[in-house]
Design a binder for this molecule. Structure first.
Ligand code: FES
Ligand code: FE2
Length: 472
């Protein structure tokens, strides 16, 4: 309806792209649509520029380290990364390092990855493996997997050391959806409270039933927020991924945000961009939806009279999954199968709940650098319903200049899309550096609301007085 109104009659943030909305498409779904998908949660948050200095300045990076990274919940690894007692996984962000360990009792605990003797990092940054105990490589102080000090050489020289005072320092670790989240703040709010309303929208089991089928860690020449923000809107699809426009409702994506920490987008597939001038039939949409610009898919499906490409695609997916021994998706609506339903959790992670393309993102500064980033892309798969074992993929490192299409097992069509996304990032960072003093990014009121929302939350953390070493 909004498309029929003149923009001038609307309050800021009320305008929407003309054309079919997510709501309209949900009305046509072949299944009942769950309420959480329909509920919209947008509000205008102002239209001031976002200063480029937030991306380019070392001082802002230092403030994020002092006030934000240690106080926020971030997923460190998956449960399946550490299945056996003694398995460990290290998650580093800025100077902070979490050592996540599976104890002999099968519990998951996290500690500061720091020796209590003279501070040496116990396990290397971003490493993983198995250990009988946690032993410092410098002088050999040795801890049990539950964090208790087991032994240290030359005890006679340390009469002042009580083992209980030098246990490994625990940090918060909690699990949702099979992800192990950590938080370095001893006063952290509980994880489920922080994630609200994600756990109410998407049951934990949805992500528990998936496993890491591919993991790509790409280095980027940009601030971590520039990288993250490239995935918070679909406004870029028409220019960056023009090949997707014929089967992607880019400018009609729905954007919602909730509280401080969570936002989402519902980016509809199987409907053309409203920016396309030429009308398309449902059959044409289905053809391009199914094969994109590939020529390696022989199968052709037909849209029945009065049917939609979305419904045919969703049913095809349900049938394929059942035929391969997978879960029964007969009650799952078309949208939850074919669309990108992406939940962002502040500060740096996104979880895609849709069934056909279950992916997860995480962004961080690369080491201590404010102008370089590390982008974890996880492509998940559904665990077999018969419980047969799966292999958790190891991370594949990619340098800035290396293409996603070189990753073993990567669908070249998907790899090309990620190359397009990451291909913009260095230019975005360099442009932010080249801009006139005081300039900033201009955001669309609706399509880029999640970026503004993220910065509002970041502001709240940066203006807080808690610092890591000196809590006021
Ligand atoms: S610094 Fe770790 S044992 Fe000495
Ligand atoms: Fe993109």
């Amino acid at each position: 309806m909004h498309g029929e109104l003149r923009v001038s009659e609307l309050q800021p943030g009320e305008a929407r792209c003309p054309g079919i909305s997510v709501e309209d498409l949900l009305d046509k779904d072949s299944r009942p649509v769950p309420e959480y998908l329909r509920a919209q949660a947008y509000e205008f948050l102002g239209d001031a520029d976002i200063p480029y200095q937030r991306y380019t300045s070392r001082e802002v990076h230092d403030e994020e380290v002092a006030h934000m990274w240690w106080r926020t919940w971030q997923w460190a690894c998956r449960e399946e990364h550490i299945p056996e007692p003694g398995d460990y996984y290290v998650y580093d962000v800025g100077p902070y390092s979490a050592l996540v360990v599976r104890t002999p009792e099968g519990e998951i605990k996290a500690f500061r990855n720091v020796c209590l003797h003279r501070g040496t990092k116990l396990k290397p940054a971003n490493s993983s493996g198995w250990a009988e105990s946690i032993r410092c490589p410098y002088h050999g102080w040795n801890w049990r997997l539950n964090g208790e000090l087991e032994s240290f050489p030359c005890e006679w020289d340390f009469p002042h050391v009580q083992p209980r005072d030098v246990a490994l320092q625990p940090i918060h670790a909690d699990i949702w959806g099979g992800f192990v989240f950590v938080n370095f703040d001893s006063d952290a709010v509980p994880l489920l409270e922080y994630l609200h309303p994600l756990p109410e929208h998407i049951p934990s089991e949805v992500f528990e039933q998936r496993y890491v089928a591919m993991h790509v860690q790409k280095e980027l020449n940009c601030n971590w927020k520039i990288a993250s923000e490239a995935f918070l809107e679909a406004y870029h699809v028409m220019e960056t991924h023009p090949q997707l426009m014929r089967a992607n409702g880019d400018a009609n994506t729905q954007y919602d945000f909730y509280g401080d920490h969570v936002s989402r987008l519902v980016n509809v597939a199987g409907t053309p961009s409203a920016m396309l001038k030429e009308p398309m039939t449902e059959q044409e949409i289905l053809d391009v939806f199914l094969v994109g610009d590939r020529d390696d898919v022989a199968e052709r499906l037909v849209v029945p009279e009065g049917g939609t490409a979305r419904a045919v695609m969703a049913q095809h997916f349900r049938d394929t999954v059942v035929a391969s021994g997978g879960a029964d998706l007969s009650q799952v609506c078309d949208s939850e199968i074919v669309d990108s339903i992406a939940y962002f959790v502040f500060p740096n992670q996104q979880f895609f709940s849709g069934v056909s393309f279950p992916i997860v993102y995480r962004f961080r500064p690369l080491g201590q650098q404010h102008d370089r980033a590390l982008f974890d892309l996880i492509i998940m798969k559904q665990r077999p319903t018969d419980g047969s074992p799966v292999t958790t993929a190891q991370p594949v490192p990619l340098k800035v200049e290396e293409s996603y299409t070189t990753v073993p097992g990567m669908d070249p069509y998907v790899g090309h899309v990620f190359d397009q996304d990451t291909g913009n990032m260095q230019a975005a960072h360099e442009g932010a550096l080249a801009a006139a003093p005081g300039d900033g990014a201009t955001l669309g009121n609706y399509q880029e609301i999640r970026i503004r929302h993220m910065h509002k939350t970041l502001d709240k953390y940066l203006s807080a007085h808690d610092t890591h070493n000196n809590k006021e």
